[in-house]
Design a protein around this ligand. Structure first.
Ligand SMILES: [Zn+2]
Length: 227
C-alpha cells in the first residue's frame, strides 16, 4: 500500500454539509504503525484535521485502522465510529456503540480487508460531561434528542469532512459503508468519497438500550426494523 511516511499537510477546499460554504480544511497525518488486535493485524494511523471557519480554527483528531489491501477493487468495507467512552470502554448498554464497533471489526476481519475510522468526538460532538448530563436528563424522562436540545446542542453535531479527507489521503475514493444512517452516506459523498454500497450494522436490541434505538429509528431516520 502506498503511504506517506512523513507527516504531510494537505489543503482541501470543499463544501461542508454542516455549514454549506467552502471551508479551509487541513489534514495532517501524525503517525502510522503496526497494530495487532484480537481481530487481526491492522495498521493504525493518527490524523489531525484543522478546520478554519468564521468562528476560528476547530481541531479534530481521528484514528484510522486498516486491514489488508484497501486500495484494490471492490471498494473496502468502512465503519466510521464516533468515540463513546461509556460504550467502548465500559461496555455501557445505554447505547449500541460498542456492539456496532465489534460488528464492524468482525466483518472487516472476516473479509480480510477494510477500515475503521474512529473519531475522537465524544457524545456526537457534545463532549463526555455533557453526554453524562444528557443521561441525567434522560433518566428524568427526556429522549436522546430532547436531552441534547435541553442542553442547547443540535441532536447530531458530526460532519464527515475529516473521515472524507482521511480516505482521500489514503487513496480510497470509494467505500462500502457500514451504517444504518442514510445521512452518513450523503455526508461522506459530500466530503468527496463515493459510497458504492450501504451495509447494515445492526446490534442486538438489548432491553436497556431499546428506548435509545427507538429514538434513532423513529426520530433520526436510521434504517432498521422495530426493536
Ligand atoms: Zn455510545
Amino acid at each position: 500500500m502506498k503511504r506517506n511516511t512523513a507527516p504531510q499537510p494537505h489543503l482541501i477546499f470543499m463544501d461542508s454539509p454542516a455549514i454549506n460554504t467552502p471551508v479551509d480544511f487541513t489534514l495532517h497525518q501524525a503517525a502510522e504503525a503496526d497494530f495487532p488486535t484480537e481481530y487481526g493485524q491492522f495498521r493504525i494511523f493518527g490524523f489531525e484535521g484543522r478546520i478554519r471557519q468564521p468562528g476560528g480554527v476547530r481541531l479534530e483528531e481521528a484514528v484510522a485502522l486498516t486491514l489488508g489491501d484497501v486500495l484494490s477493487a471492490p471498494p473496502p468495507l468502512l465503519r466510521i465510529h464516533s468515540q463513546c467512552l461509556t460504550g467502548d470502554v465500559f461496555h455501557s448498554l445505554r447505547c449500541d456503540c460498542r456492539a456496532q464497533l465489534e460488528i464492524a471489526l468482525r466483518e472487516v476481519a472476516a473479509e480480510g480487508r477494510g477500515l475503521i475510522i474512529y473519531e475522537l468526538q465524544e457524545g456526537r460532538g457534545i463532549g463526555l460531561l455533557n453526554k453524562l448530563r444528557a443521561y441525567e436528563l434522560q433518566d428524568n424522562g427526556a429522549d436522546t434528542i430532547e436531552a441534547n436540545e435541553q442542553l442547547g446542542f443540535e441532536s447530531d453535531l458530526r460532519s464527515y469532512l475529516l473521515p472524507g479527507a482521511i480516505l482521500l489521503h489514503l487513496g480510497i475514493p470509494a467505500v462500502r459503508l457500514m451504517s444504518n444512517n442514510p445521512d452518513k452516506v450523503r455526508a461522506l459523498e459530500e466530503a468527496g468519497v463515493s459510497v458504492a454500497e450501504r451495509v447494515p450494522c445492526i446490534a442486538d436490541a438489548h432491553e436497556s438500550r431499546r428506548g435509545y434505538l427507538e429514538t434513532k429509528r423513529e426520530r433520526m431516520g436510521h434504517l432498521f426494523d422495530e426493536v
